[in-house]
Design a protein around this ligand. Structure first.
Ligand code: AHM
Ligand code: MG
Length: 333
């Protein structure tokens, strides 16, 4: 039974940056994840968790109480470990600067985070998650942070991952050497290695898309859905959609499937956020032998222009994603 900490130390040669920094980052992430795990498990018992906080967030969406709790839990946890110098969160308009001791070389990481993804699922006991992404700061340690420290291209990520609060709580991450999952044993509060080397399986059987938006999809996307539904040559596709990116992705990486949130007639930029959701999931996708694009461009090559930028998002096994790109290219462009 490998703990997450033991695994990091054992595999330290695979991480090109400071092992101490990585351990501190995970110390913060684990602490906040455990606090959220505990709150999620009380949902329904206390008024503090269920429902809206009454605030509209920067995304123009109704912020849930747990969104707010998760945002604060991660900020406080990162502040306490002297490893992160700046955070941008899906829940806050501007980036947050964390002052640290200047001489500490570990104190140079930038975190981009969606503290509670899939929040429409909180009140109905369906899986939700946290998605995180880590970069080295671009400015020197003597300078103030600038927006350029946060608007980095996805292929510069040094760590990306998610925590799924589902039937169990699982932390999945990659530092660029495969994708590994650790399950929380709540009785001892420890994450143990449970899913080493996650990789999209050869058999592709799932497509995940909110087809309630069907009328607003482009012809290419509509044709791909029909392609998945037709039973030619015994193609085995089935549809599964939770409405929680972390939950949908976690299932798809284990069982083999594509996740699609395309642009629609009413949302030309799509719905998902490039920096907090798409880049980290794209990083994991590629590390697991898959492909992540916006329909034609690799997600990890997109140059971000603003913090809360949205993008159409497709990720999954190479064959399925390439097929969808083919339909888009031949019907929409
Ligand atoms: P959120 O960050 O506000 O929770 O929104 C992101 C979520 C994703 O987890 C999910 O895949 C998608 O929004 C679902 O959107 P929809 O309800 O339009 O299908
Ligand atoms: Mg989200």
């Amino acid at each position: 039974m490998y703990t997450l900490g033991e695994f990091i130390i054992e595999n330290r040669d695979n991480f090109l940056h400071s092992t101490e920094g990585l351990l501190r980052l995970f110390s913060s992430i684990k602490l906040a994840a455990k606090a959220i795990h505990k709150e999620v498990n009380k949902a329904g018992l206390t008024e503090d968790i269920i429902g809206s906080s009454g605030v509209t967030n920067i995304q123009g969406e109704n912020q849930q109480k747990l969104d707010n709790f998760a945002h604060k839990a991660f900020i406080e946890s990162f502040k306490s470990r002297n490893v992160v110098c700046g955070i941008a969160s899906e829940e806050s308009k501007d980036f947050i600067v964390i002052k640290g001791k200047k001489e500490n070389i570990s104190h140079q990481y930038i975190v981009l985070i969606d503290p509670l993804d899939g929040s429409s699922n909180i009140d109905v006991n369906v899986s939700i998650g946290t998605i995180f992404s880590v970069y080295k700061r671009k400015s020197t340690i003597e300078m103030d942070l600038t927006i350029e420290d946060f608007l980095q291209i996805g292929n510069q990520q040094i760590l990306a991952g998610y925590i799924i609060y589902g039937s169990s709580t699982i932390l999945v991450y990659s530092t660029g050497n495969g994708v590994h999952g650790f399950t929380l044993d709540p009785s001892v509060g420890t994450f143990y290695l449970s899913h080493p080397n996650l990789y999209f399986p050869k058999i592709e059987k799932i497509y995940s898309i909110n087809d309630g938006n069907y009328a607003k999809f482009s012809n290419g996307v509509k044709k791909f859905i029909k392609y998945c539904q037709e039973n030619k040559n015994n193609r085995p596709y089935t549809a599964r959609y939770i409405g929680s990116l972390v939950g949908d992705f976690h299932r798809n990486i284990i069982q083999g499937g594509i996740y699609i949130y395309p642009r629609t007639a009413s949302s030309k930029e799509g719905k998902l956020r490039l920096l907090y959701e798409c880049n980290p999931i794209a990083f994991l996708t590629e590390q697991a032998g898959g492909k992540a694009t916006d329909g034609s461009k690799r997600i990890l090559d997109i140059v971000p222009k603003k913090l809360h930028q949205r993008t159409p998002f497709i990720c999954g096994p190479i064959g399925m994603v390439s097929k969808l790109e083919y339909f888009i290219k031949n019907n929409d462009e």
